[in-house]
Design a protein around this ligand. Structure first.
Ligand code: ARG
Length: 579
């Protein structure tokens, strides 16, 4: 049973308001002494033409006959509901177990399509930690939307076009090394790109050559095209290794190049609408009424740019997927770019411009290395992952020696890989995305703090109790269904607290999607882990003499495992059963 829904239904019926509206007004009081659910009656003051306290009084008997409500209290303009603990706890545990890994899902988005564009690294450039941020956030958002019933299209808008490819082609002709390219494509491409930049400062000829190559590429000349294709394929192969390690997948890798041929149609459209004006030889759309600088569509040499390719991409996405929502997980420094793109579309009368959203995020900082990703020096995601995995391995190894668990070497390696990656994924999602991230290995790998190891360890511990229960013959299997009758034995404060967190899990998934903020869900998962550890500390589970109560408590454990594992999975993190 969904208690909140039942309360909303009763109130809606009595007040003849819509169920959705009433439901959205119901609050969870900050302290349970104030009730388990609260209804702010001032919301009805206008329609009922009464003072809120009088309304609270009048509504206070809505659920007198329902046994799932113990009592109601009025406090000022609030009507507070106290649920019947026993039935509440039993019902939350049962719901969780019945839902399994669909726990917290809904059909909120059914029939709707959301495009999540994320990662979008640049071909021939290193995959640095800034791209890790978008990759991790975007992956979670795609999973979260999917859990809410949306059809999700995961797009990787590769930076595979632009004048820099003209430079690369020019540089390759001069200094390219075939063998190095095949062995370490991105290293080699970066090497010649950097060399090009150094020399081009004193040699304007080079720039001219590069420009010419890019123009020829846009014209589809065979030589340029095949080189470009080769650079793209090799780079993507390298990126795919990182994606595989992180467990991230895409439906579509249409990069910027894909839209190049669609630009003439965009130009035509903008011309017809009389929106294109010439400015210093370039074709631009003026955006004064949006308080934005003009958006360049075609450069003076007639080539396309980043923004024009993005405009074409929005139109393509709409034609192909008929999206309801189109979100871009891209660093906040590009906020202006997206404002311009969306404004051009709006000015051109494209209604769904309003359904496009830039989901920005902050910078990544490494205090001990004294650099941020924007200061030029880059930290490769691959190196960061390796470092995290190595450090985790050391911790696991010393813990294993200390506790004499004697995990086999290859198992320790496997666990370290999972936890090391989880620690990074966790760090990027721990706070609101707009906040800069200051990397600290100490916090990331703190087994007691708000960290991936803490949550994973909690899960592994809960799971190990279930395994022990099975070994002792208390359970047929770790996920054997708990008989409903015994759940009525659960009444403790800790069980009640856990039940509440199970109850609000689905709401956290929804809020995470609404705000495009995975951290909201991550906090919920941490809270469940903390509440479980308190429970485990205060109550004995396997040592409970009463066989039925023991079975019921194991049911709570199973529910905690389901919730934590589902939550982690939605955050792109794989739980481990042993560590
Ligand atoms: N490739 C760009 C970069 O690395 C990000 C692309 C963002 N997406 C877009 N549709 N413009 O900075």
């Amino acid at each position: 049973m969904d208690f909140r829904q039942e309360i909303a239904r009763a109130l809606a019926q009595r007040t003849q308001m819509s169920l959705e509206e009433i439901d959205s007004w119901i609050e969870i009081p900050p302290q349970s002494s104030m009730g388990d659910f609260a209804f702010p009656c001032f919301r009805l003051a206008k329609t009922m033409r009464k003072a809120p306290p009088a309304i609270a009084q009048e509504l206070s008997d809505v659920l007198v006959d329902a046994d799932f409500i113990e009592r109601t209290e009025t406090a000022g303009g609030y009507l507070n509901f106290f649920v019947n603990r026993t039935s509440y706890i039993a019902s939350q545990v049962k719901n969780t177990l019945n839902a399994g890994y669909m726990f917290g899902s809904s059909d909120l988005g059914s029939g709707k399509t959301v495009i999540v564009e994320f990662s979008s690294p640049n071909i021939a450039k290193p995959f640095h930690v800034g791209h890790a941020f978008t990759t991790i956030l975007g992956n979670s958002l795609a999973k979260i939307y999917n859990h809410l019933g949306y059809k999700v299209v995961r797009m990787n808008h590769l930076g595979d076009y632009g004048t820099q490819f003209g430079k690369l082609i020019a540089a390759w002709q001069l200094w390219g090394n075939e063998q190095a390219l095949v062995e370490h494509p991105i290293n080699e491409l970066l090497r010649i790109y950097v060399k090009f930049h150094d020399l081009a400062k004193d040699d304007p000829e080079l720039e001219l050559k590069a420009r010419d190559h890019f123009r020829r590429l846009e014209n589809g000349e065979e030589f340029e095209k095949s080189l470009w294709q080769k650079f793209r394929d090799l780079s993507l192969k390298e990126f795919n290794e990182v994606y595989k390690r992180l467990g991230v997948e895409f439906d579509n890798f249409n990069g910027e190049s894909f839209y190049s041929s669609q630009i003439p149609a965009v130009i035509e459209e903008l011309k017809n609408k009389k929106l294109l004006v010439e400015s210093e030889g370039a074709q631009v759309v003026m955006l004064d009424e949006f308080d934005l600088p003009p958006c360049i569509i075609l450069k003076s040499d007639g080539t396309t740019i980043y923004a024009s390719r993005d405009i074409a991409a929005v139109l393509y996405r709409d034609r192909t997927y008929n999206f309801d929502k189109n979100i871009y997980v891209v660093g906040t420094p590009q906020a202006l770019h997206f404002k311009q793109v969306f404004a051009v579309l709006e000015k051109a009368g494209f209604e769904k411009a309003a359904n496009c959203e830039h989901v920005g995020f902050g910078l990544v900082k490494f205090p001990d290395r004294k650099l941020s990703t924007r200061s030029g020096d880059v930290i490769l995601l691959e190196n960061l992952i390796n470092e995290s995995v190595d450090k985790t391995y050391e911790i696991i190894k010393s813990n294993s020696e200390l506790r004499q668990t004697n995990l086999p070497e290859d198992e320790m390696k496997m666990i370290a890989e999972k936890i090391g990656i989880a620690a990074i994924m966790f760090t990027f999602q721990k706070n609101s995305r707009e906040r800069d991230i200051v990397f600290s290995w100490e916090d990331m790998l703190d087994f007691e703090g708000d960290s991936a190891p803490y949550v994973l360890y909690t899960y592994a511990r809960a799971h190990s109790i279930l395994r022990k229960a099975q070994a002792n013959g208390y359970l047929e299997s770790v996920d054997e269904q708990v008989p409903e009758a015994v759940l009525d034995l659960l009444t403790s404060d800790d069980e009640f607290a856990l039940a509440k967190l199970l109850d609000s899990f689905g709401g956290a998934v929804e809020r995470a999607a609404q705000a495009n903020e995975p951290y909201i869900l991550l906090r919920q998962v941490i809270n469940i882990a903390r509440a479980f550890n308190r429970y485990y500390h205060n109550e004995s589970i396997l040592g409970t003499d009463d066989e039925k109560l023991r079975r019921a408590r194991l049911g709570v454990l199973q529910a905690v495992c389901t919730a934590v594992k589902t939550g982690l999975d939605l955050l792109g993190i794989q739980a481990v059963e042993r560590m």
